[in-house]
Design a protein around this ligand. Structure first.
Ligand code: GRF
Length: 214
């Protein structure tokens, strides 16, 4: 049976597209039941509609607290009874209650080699720090921002002429490989979260997750 998934977005939805494409090509056995955006004009909503996936817009501006927004979000997600929630460029900080409710069944992708550069502007920060490598991580979502157990990382060497944009482009390509991979592991019951660690095939993964090499 296909794993039932709800995807949360705020923007372009290129990671959503990678999941849609792989499920259409049958390389990923998931059914995306709904796409929810907190931004009305998010291009990812168009991608979902094109793939005949139901969409919802829940604008955080219409709620007077983080708690009430997260409760409405939870109610919308739960209509679909998903087995996995995928945050794909969802630009909202989530409350502890919300993250605890979906503990072990919510993934996020973050454009840095966690635990480095939690939060925003990760590409510029990696360049400014003169790092040799930069990359992207998929992790389980926990109450602390970008701090849940890391599942998989992919990295790229920073070149002397790299800009935040050029790095973002390279990293985006890696995202479209490693996010579907992590979702696939989860859908095959190979990936779980236990004792604040990510486990793959019955063994705990290292702190920085599985290292993907092209
Ligand atoms: C990606 O860079 C991802 O790492 C970050 O938000 C961006 C989403 O891009 N969390 P897209 O909307 O999937 O194209």
């Amino acid at each position: 049976m296909a794993l039932s998934v709800v995807v949360l977005i705020s923007g372009s939805g290129s990671n959503l597209q990678a999941l849609i494409d792989q499920s259409l090509q049958n390389s990923l056995n998931i059914a995306i039941r709904a796409v929810i955006s907190n931004k009305e004009g998010a291009f990812g909503l168009e991608r979902a509609k094109k793939a005949n996936i139901p969409t919802h817009v829940l604008s955080h501006k219409e709620y007077d607290s983080r708690e009430s927004f997260d409760q409405a979000l939870q109610n919308t997600i739960d209509i679909y009874q998903p087995e996995l929630i995928v945050l794909a460029g969802f630009m909202r900080i989530l409350t502890e209650n919300f993250t605890r409710y979906y503990q072990g069944k919510m993934l996020n992708i973050h454009p840095s080699l966690l635990p480095k550069y939690k939060g925003l502007d990760t590409h510029a920060r990696a360049i400014a720090a003169k790092d040799k490598f930069h990359g992207v991580s998929v992790h389980f979502v926990s109450a602390q921002l970008d701090a849940g157990a890391v599942i998989i990382q992919a990295s790229t060497q920073i070149q002397s002429n790299d800009t935040p944009d050029s790095l973002a482009k390279r990293i985006s390509k890696l995202e479209h490989i490693i996010y579907p991979k992590a979702v696939k592991w989860f859908s095959e019951n190979r990936l779980i979260e236990k004792e604040s660690k990510a486990w793959l095939d019955g063994s705990p993964l290292p702190k920085n997750g599985f290292q993907y090499n092209q």
